[in-house]
Write a protein that binds this ligand. Sequence first.
Ligand code: NAD
Ligand code: LMR
Length: 363
Amino acid sequence: MVKVCVLGASGGIGQPLSLLLKLNPYVSDLALYDISDITAGVAKDLSHINTNSDSEGYNKDEDFKNLLEGSELVIVTAGIPRKPGMTRDDLFKINAKIIQNLTVKYAKFAPVHCKLLIISNPVNSLIPVVIETLKINGRLNPSQVFGITMLDIIRSQTFLNDLLNDKKLRSGSITSKQFDKTLNLNNINVIGGHSAPTMVPILTNKNLIHQQDEIDALYKKIKFGGDEIVKAKNGKGSATLSMAYAGYFFANEILKKINCKGVNLNDCTPVNLPSFVYLPNLPNGKLLQALLNDYSGIHDLNLEYFSVPVVINPHTGNIKSLDISILQNRNALSESELKDIKAACVNLAKDIKTGEDFVKKNY
Ligand code: NAD
Ligand code: LMR
């Protein structure tokens, strides 16, 4: 039974994420923080649910000690979302300050074993802000910091299944009643970063779709999945409910590991858990950096961050290792995927520098 904190808990993602966490049997304490004055009310609202956890709401700077003390997971959803016409990078100026401040609080008050999950955008530049801030505060443990790119995988699996179901429907092999959205969960992956120029969808089962135009359309839909929601919400927010689900899914995998401690194997089945992480010092991290240099064709590209599936340590809930098998098997990648990896590397290097430069200037 663990304590989980949500920072940004009164927002579009924060509220449904907190609701899902309130339903989680591994959570004993839910500590909610947001600058919004409805936060105590959000926690009170959740407290009327008869699950076995307490919920407490905070919204003042002096609350951070109580809020973070004893927590196992801190999930950050604080920050502004996109409006139509904006890129995720346009959020950086405002969100970097918010994330830097919250990271300082985490460094000061959270226990040393506490994991930090960052959902706020732009993930590609904010994780470097977090890592550089933790370095300055003498609190860096790269195996505890997760940039959440899980929504890209959830979306990809949904879009791929829709396409496959649709093809079967058109060929007459199934009826619409036989659509199954939960099929084929490991047939597609997404690596790189969390923005259209850095996201690299990879069809891991190349036997599924043969027509390049279909693959191109699928990859485009995945890369611009976020934009689709921003447009559909008419300027009043970006993905919140699907993101709350994706963030919860990721957090729950860590919670299961911490709680089963490798004993209850049914609860510990490996799943594809991607995360944007700081590579140096992580097992396979240096090897991945060398591979990325090769793929980019730029010898001295210093790419210290990338999103790949992570393997969680069943005892600590930290990152145990990185699954870099997709990148090790170059022959299994298509021409367009290789091109996307190269472009992702070059664009990520810029995004990472934005985050690192911000911390250099603002400390
Ligand atoms: P929102 O505006 O609905 O909620 C954000 C909340 O953060 C608000 O309640 C606000 O009061 C709070 N907040 C602002 N400053 C704060 C601070 N200093 N401390 C604590 N709380 C603070 O936005 P949202 O839709 O929930 O999105 C939140 C972030 O998540 C955005 O940056 C968005 O782009 C990002 N996002 C990321 C992904 C992903 O895949 N990683 C997906 C969707 C959205
Ligand atoms: C998403 O992918 O839905 C999020 O990053 C939100 C956004 O701005 O698109």
